[in-house]
Design a protein around this ligand. Structure first.
Ligand code: CNA
Length: 264
């Protein structure tokens, strides 16, 4: 017990030292980053999005984010979107602010996020530092003709329980978040090629690393770059490289410990 505690404390110290040393930190994040804000992740048993979808009678849980299912039955997605539209019900938590602090200390190379809740933007991280790998609610377009739609009008419709239609072709309009069956933004691929080579530390936070191609990013940083995992469980290839630092536990507890070590 005593030994375990010492080891865990040393891990936080080690990670803190790496953060102090680094000046180009690549952060990759997933739904676990936002669970402390009250937004359920996909897979945590009992509280994840997929466990809360029973009322929609979906043929399979992922259908809510499947473009083919959406075209035939868009209401479940709009009902979900009404709850999670950025800035309506949820606010950034201390882990989002920890990433902002990395930027304030000129240490953040980029934050690649799978999250579509937009909480990173609310911390005022500049767009140039952000990659919304699975899109975001900041723009919207027609799923039929691709025309851009005014996001404020789309938001107003969704909040009023009205299905938004395209003004050009009457097709279904949705915010530009990436559904299963749709391509990731080009910005993701461009920076996925460039950033790993520039990074001098990788921090992976709150993701099961089960969704590709996003999950690949963790393996694209060169072997000599230390990788820090902040997550309840050990995921992906973490632990396979000798220099990996694995911080298992609650994200908020961990970032508080790191900030204390760094004296932020
Ligand atoms: P996931 O598969 O649900 O994994 C989340 C991971 O975070 C799991 O390993 C959890 O154990 C861990 N975790 C959750 N809460 C905590 C916590 N408080 N402390 C420590 N660890 C925690 O989610 P991924 O992001 O890996 O999956 C990718 C999907 C989820 C993407 O397509 C996202 O768009 C999608 N998603 C996004 C949101 C959002 O925008 N907030 C919410 C739900 C799903």
């Amino acid at each position: 017990m005593f030994m375990t505690r010492i080891l865990i404390r040393n891990c936080h110290q080690k990670a803190a030292k790496e953060i102090e040393r680094a000046s180009n930190i690549l952060v990759m994040a997933g739904a676990g980053l936002s669970t402390p804000s009250g937004i359920p992740d996909f897979r945590t048993p009992g509280s994840g999005v997929y466990d809360n979808l029973k009322k929609f009678n979906l043929p399979y849980p992922e259908a809510i984010f499947d473009i083919r299912y959406f075209r035939s039955k868009p209401e479940p997605f709009y009902e979900w979107a009404k709850e999670f539209f950025p800035g309506v019900n949820y606010q950034p938590n201390d882990a989002h602010w920890f990433i902002k602090r990395l930027h304030d200390h000129q240490k953040l190379l980029r934050l690649f996020t799978q999250n579509i809740d937009g909480l990173e933007r609310i911390t005022d991280l500049p767009d140039e530092k952000l990659v919304f790998a699975h899109g975001s609610f900041s723009t919207a377009s027609c799923t039929f003709c691709g025309s851009n739609a005014d996001i404020d009008t789309v938001k107003a419709s969704i909040l009023k329980d009205e299905v938004p239609y395209c003004t050009q072709c009457s097709g279904l309009v949705k915010p530009d978040i990436v559904f299963f069956g749709e391509n990731l933004p080009i910005r993701f691929f461009t920076l996925q090629d460039a950033d790993p080579e520039l990074a001098d530390l990788l921090i992976c936070i709150g993701t099961s690393l089960e969704v590709y191609p996003f999950a690949n990013l963790a393996d694209l940083v060169p072997d000599n770059v230390v990788r820090v995992l902040i997550n309840r469980d050990t995921v992906g290839s973490f632990g396979r490289r000798k220099s990996d630092i694995i911080l298992n536990g609650d994200i908020i507890d961990i970032v508080h410990k790191l900030e204390k070590e760094i004296n932020w």
